[in-house]
Design a protein around this ligand. Structure first.
Ligand code: GCW
Length: 840
C-alpha cells in the first residue's frame, strides 16, 4: 500500500460533553448534531475515531471537518482528522475516485458524477469505514448522508451502498435584490446583499452553502429573477466573486439572474437584439470576464417577456434565439442558461372567454422544442399559473421532448401562508412530480421528465425558490425549514416518500424522542391539505388578495383584471371552463390520455374541478356533496384542524427546547386565528354569491360574537372594511383620538367559564395599546406590535392585518360589563373587529 505524504494536519479531536452547547435558535437547521442518548450512541461504537481524508481541496477539507464536528457532537467522543492512512489501525476513510487512485493506484468503482458509496471494509484486524465519492462533491454528500443516518439513529450500511443524484441541476433561486430586500422573502433581509453591494460579512452565506450541500443542492442563483441592471457591471462581478468563494467549499456553484437588455443598458450598445453580432460578442466577452473572476460560475437564469421584463419579443425574436445567444457564450466554460417558461401576458381581456393565462407556457414554447442549445434548460413552474395551493402539472412538461427542462418549485410560501402558516409542501410537490403526463401514451411522470429520463435529455433538474433571509432560523417558521430540506431531498431522489423525508427532518431538527417525532410528523403531514381546505378548494386557486401581498383573503381581487388568475364566479356558477369543447381549449394542451380525464366533468378529479370546468354551485361532487356545501364544510374542517395545532404542540413542552417551542407556539396561535379569518371570508363570499345557505347554518351566523360596531363606543367610529368579506359583518371600528377610545357591552351569558377573544387589526405602522376589563377590573393588556408579513405597507383593516388574542378561563355571569380600551399609535388606529365569548 502506498503511503501518502503526511500533510501534518492532525486536528485535535473535539470532545463532546453532555453539556455541549448546540444552538437551539434554529440557526443550525437540521444540522444540529445533538448528542445521542448513550444507548443510541453505543450502536455506533464500531465507527473508528480516526478520520482520514485523502484529498486536500476545500471540499475535501469541508467534508472531513464536518464529519469530525458531527460525529464528535452526536457520539460524545473525540475524532481526529488526518491525511495519512496508517498501514494498520482503524479509520473512517473519506476519499473520491481521484484521491483514491492517487493514493493507492487503485481504481475505484465506477460512480456517476456527484454520487457516493458508504460501506465497511475489514482487512485482518483493521476496520475501515469508507466514504467514497465520485468526486469531492460526492464525498461531501456521503459525509452528510452518514451524519444524517447517525442523527436519526439509523443503522449504517455495512455493504457498500451507492447513492446518486437524480439529475445535474439541483439549484435554489433567491429573489434577493441588491438593496438587501427579498421579493417574496418572509424571513428578513438578504444574506447576500445590503445597500447595493455584497455584504461585507458573508458568514451566513457559508452557513447556507453548508445547509444546501447537506441535502445535495449544488447551485444557488443569488439575485432576483427581476434582475437589477447593475448585476453585470464589472464592479459587481468582483463583488459576486466573494459570494462564490464562500459557497465553493460546499460544492455549491453560484449563478446569476440577468436581464436580457443588459447589452444595451450595461454595455451601452444600441440594441439588445439577441442575434445582433455586437450583442453576441458582448455576451461572450461578459461571460469570459465572469469566468475569470469565478471559474466555477454556474450560469444565468433569465426572466424575459414576463411581467414587464424586456425580452426578445421586442425584436420579433423567439425565446430560443435569446437563450441560445447567451448559452453559446457560456458553453465553452461549462455554464448553463436556465430560461424561464414563465412568459405570459398580464394584460389579458377578462371579457374574452377564450383568453387563458394557463395556456401561455405551452403557447409560447411548444413550437421551439428542439431549437435550444444543449446547455439551455427551460425552467418551468410546477403549474401553469403561479404557485397556487393546487394546480395541475404544467402541460409544457409533456411537450418539450427535445429540450432539457427543470421544474421550478416555490419553497418560500408566497401564496401559502408566508411562513406564518405551517404548510409542509412536499406532498404538494409530489402530487405534481408523480403526475403521469402520458406523453406518447406511455408512462412519463413529471419527475422523470424533470430528471431528463423520459425524453433522454442531458440536463434535467429541479429549481426551488428558497428566499431564506437573515432571520436566525432562515425561514421564520421553524416548521418551514422542512420545506427547504424536503426540496433538497426530492432533487436528490424524487421517489422518496413524504414520510421518509418528514421523519428524518423531524428527528434531525427536533430529536428522536418518540412523542416529539410522532407529534411533529403528524402536524406537518396534513398541513398542506388543511391550508387548502381553508384557502382554496377544488382547484380554484388560493383566494388570496392577488393585487396586494398574496397573503390574506381577497377573493375577487383575482377577477376582472388582466392578470388572468380568474375563476369566473357569478351568481350562477364558478370555475374556469378550460375544456376543448366549450372553453379556452387549455385541456387540449395535455397528451390525449390525460386530456380525456380532465375534459369530462365526471372523470376530472374533484380537487381540480374548478381549474378545469365552470359548474353551478349545486354541481354534485364524487363524494355526493354539492360544490358550495363542500366549500363550506372544507373551510370549517380546515380551520378547526388549525385550532388543534397549538394544543397538540403544547404536549411537547419540556420535550423540545424552550426557545423554538415558544416561537412555534406563537405562530400556531396566530395561524389558528388567521385560519378563521380565511374561513369566514371565503364561506361568506360563497354564500352571498351563490345565494345558497350553509346546510349546517354556520356561515354568517356567529352567536358568540359581539361586533365591535354594536358595542357602546366612546370615541370609536365604525368603518367599512374592504374587501367586505375580510371582517365580521364587513365592519370594524377605529379610534382617531390620540388619548384612546373605549368599547363596552353588558354581557348576557349564563354564569360560567369562558374564553374571551378580541379580534383586532395589527399594522406595522404603529403599536396600538389595548386593555380589556371586566367590571372595571383588568383582564389583560397587550400591544399590537406583531410584524405580520404584508403589514408593513398595509394600513387597512383587512384579511391581511386581522389577528386576535384570547384570554382563557374567565368567569363571567349575566350582567357583567366588558370593556375594551384602545390607544392608537402613529397611523394605527387601534382597530377592532369583534369580541367573541366562547365555551372551552
Ligand atoms: O408570482 C410571481 C411573483 C413575483 C415573481 C414572479 C416570477 C419574481 O408574485 O414576485 O417575480 O412570480 O416568478 O417571476
Amino acid at each position: 500500500m502506498n503511503r501518502r505524504r503526511v500533510l501534518g494536519l492532525v486536528a485535535p479531536g473535539l470532545v463532546a460533553l453532555g453539556s455541549l452547547a448546540y444552538g437551539e435558535s434554529g440557526a443550525e437547521g437540521w444540522l444540529r448534531y445533538a448528542p445521542l442518548s448513550n444507548a443510541a450512541a453505543a450502536s455506533y461504537v464500531a465507527l473508528p475515531s480516526q478520520i482520514v481524508v485523502l484529498g486536500d481541496t476545500p471540499t475535501d477539507q469541508a467534508a472531513a471537518t464536518e464529519l469530525q464536528r458531527g460525529l464528535a457532537s452526536m457520539l460524545g467522543r473525540g475524532f481526529t482528522v488526518s491525511h495519512e492512512l496508517p498501514e494498520e489501525g482503524d479509520a473512517i476513510v473519506v476519499a473520491n475516485l481521484a484521491t483514491l487512485s492517487r493514493a493507492f493506484a487503485l481504481r475505484g468503482d465506477k460512480l456517476p458524477p456527484e454520487s457516493f458509496t458508504l460501506g465497511e471494509k475489514a482487512e485482518g484486524k483493521t476496520h475501515r469505514y469508507i466514504i467514497l465519492g465520485a468526486d469531492p462533491r460526492g464525498e461531501l454528500y456521503g459525509v452528510f448522508h452518514l451524519l444524517a443516518l447517525v442523527g436519526a439513529e439509523k443503522p449504517l450500511p455495512a455493504k457498500p451502498a451507492a447513492e446518486s443524484p437524480s439529475s445535474p441541476i439541483r439549484w435554489v433561486n433567491q429573489w434577493d435584490n441588491l438593496n438587501g430586500t427579498i421579493e417574496r422573502g418572509y424571513a428578513g433581509r438578504s444574506i447576500f446583499f445590503d445597500d447595493g453591494h455584497v455584504r461585507s460579512d458573508l458568514t451566513r452565506v457559508s452557513d447556507y452553502g453548508r445547509l444546501l450541500a447537506s441535502v445535495g443542492i449544488n447551485g444557488v442563483t443569488v439575485n432576483n429573477v427581476n434582475s437589477d441592471l447593475r448585476t453585470l457591471e464589472p464592479e459587481m462581478i468582483v463583488e459576486f466573486a466573494r459570494i462564490a468563494d464562500q459557497l465553493r467549499p460546499w460544492g455549491v456553484r453560484m449563478s446569476l439572474s440577468v436581464d436580457l437588455s443588459s447589452p444595451q443598458m450595461v454595455g451601452h450598445l444600441t440594441t439588445f437584439d439577441p442575434v445582433d453580432p455586437a450583442v453576441v460578442a458582448w455576451w461572450k466577452s461578459k461571460v469570459d470576464e465572469i469566468y475569470k473572476a469565478i471559474p466555477d460560475f454556474g450560469g444565468f437564469v433569465i426572466k424575459a417577456d414576463s411581467e414587464g421584463r424586456l425580452g426578445p419579443s421586442k425584436y420579433g425574436r423567439t425565446p430560443a434565439e435569446a437563450a441560445n445567444a447567451v448559452a453559446r457564450a457560456l458553453k465553452p466554460h461549462g455554464g448553463v442558461v436556465l430560461y424561464r417558461g414563465f412568459v405570459y401576458n398580464n394584460h389579458l381581456d377578462y371579457n374574452d372567454l377564450k383568453a387563458d393565462r394557463a395556456r401561455a407556457g405551452y403557447d409560447n414554447f411548444h413550437a421551439l422544442d428542439g431549437k435550444f442549445e444543449s446547455n439551455v434548460v427551460i425552467q418551468v413552474k410546477n403549474g401553469p399559473i403561479d404557485f397556487q395551493v393546487r394546480e395541475p402539472a404544467s402541460p409544457l412538461f409533456a411537450v418539450l421532448q427535445h429540450t432539457s427542462q427543470a421544474i421550478e418549485l416555490q419553497i418560500t410560501q408566497e401564496y401559502l401562508g408566508q411562513q406564518r402558516h405551517m404548510v409542509f409542501l412536499v406532498p404538494m410537490w409530489k402530487a405534481t412530480l408523480d403526475t403521469d403526463m402520458r406523453a406518447d401514451n406511455r408512462s412519463t411522470p413529471v419527475k422523470e421528465i424533470a430528471e431528463g429520463k423520459s425524453f433522454r435529455q442531458p440536463l434535467g433538474g429541479f429549481v426551488g425558490v428558497a428566499n431564506v433571509g437573515l432571520d436566525t432560523n432562515w425561514m421564520h417558521h421553524p416548521m418551514a425549514m422542512a420545506n427547504l430540506y424536503g426540496f433538497g431531498k426530492l432533487t436528490w431522489n424524487p421517489d422518496l416518500t413524504t414520510d421518509q423525508i418528514l421523519d428524518t427532518w423531524t428527528r434531525l431538527t427536533w430529536g428522536n424522542d418518540f412523542t416529539v417525532v410522532s407529534t411533529i410528523d403528524e402536524l406537518q403531514r396534513h398541513s398542506w391539505h388543511v391550508y387548502e381546505q381553508y384557502t382554496g378548494n377544488l382547484g380554484i386557486g388560493t383566494l388570496t388578495n392577488i393585487l396586494g401581498y398574496h397573503y390574506g383573503p381577497g377573493i375577487e381581487s383575482a377577477e376582472r383584471n388582466g392578470w388572468g388568475q380568474w375563476f369566473r364566479g357569478d351568481a350562477k356558477g364558478i370555475g374556469m371552463d378550460r375544456t376543448v369543447a366549450t372553453g379556452t381549449g387549455y385541456i387540449g394542451q395535455y397528451p390525449p390520455e390525460l386530456a380525456k380525464v380532465y375534459e369530462d366533468v365526471n372523470t376530472c378529479p374533484d380537487d381540480l374541478l374548478l381549474f378545469m370546468h365552470h359548474v353551478p354551485y349545486s354541481h354534485v361532487l364524487h363524494d355526493g356533496k354539492t360544490v358550495v356545501q363542500f366549500v363550506y364544510d372544507a373551510h370549517y374542517e380546515g380551520a378547526a384542524t388549525a385550532q388543534t395545532y397549538s394544543p397538540r404542540w403544547q404536549t411537547l413542552k419540556g420535550l423540545v427546547d424552550d426557545e423554538r417551542y415558544e416561537q412555534t407556539l406563537k405562530l400556531f396561535t396566530y395561524q389558528a386565528g388567521h385560519a378563521n379569518v380565511w374561513r369566514d371570508a371565503v364561506t361568506r363570499w360563497f354564500q352571498k354569491e351563490s345565494g345558497i345557505p350553509d346546510k349546517l347554518g354556520r356561515v354568517g351566523n356567529y352567536p358568540d360574537r359581539i361586533e365591535a360596531e354594536d358595542m357602546t363606543a366612546e370615541g370609536y367610529t365604525p368603518v367599512d372594511v374592504k374587501p367586505w368579506e375580510t371582517a365580521s359583518n364587513s365592519k370594524a371600528v377605529v379610534c382617531n383620538q390620540p388619548s384612546g377610545c373605549t368599547l363596552s357591552t353588558t354581557l348576557d351569558k349564563p354564569a360560567g367559564t369562558y374564553n374571551i377573544t378580541v379580534q383586532y387589526f395589527d399594522y406595522w405602522s404603529g403599536k396600538s395599546h389595548f386593555a380589556l376589563e371586566l367590571n372595571h377590573q383588568p383582564i389583560g393588556q397587550w400591544i399590537a406590535d406583531d410584524t405580520l408579513p404584508p403589514a408593513r405597507p398595509d394600513l387597512h383593516p383587512d384579511g391581511e392585518t386581522s389577528t386576535r388574542i384570547t384570554f382563557p378561563n374567565i368567569a363571567l355571569k349575566t350582567g357583567d360589563t366588558l370593556s375594551l380600551r384602545g390607544i392608537p399609535d402613529n397611523t394605527e388606529s387601534a382597530p377592532v373587529d369583534y369580541i367573541e365569548i366562547s365555551k372551552q
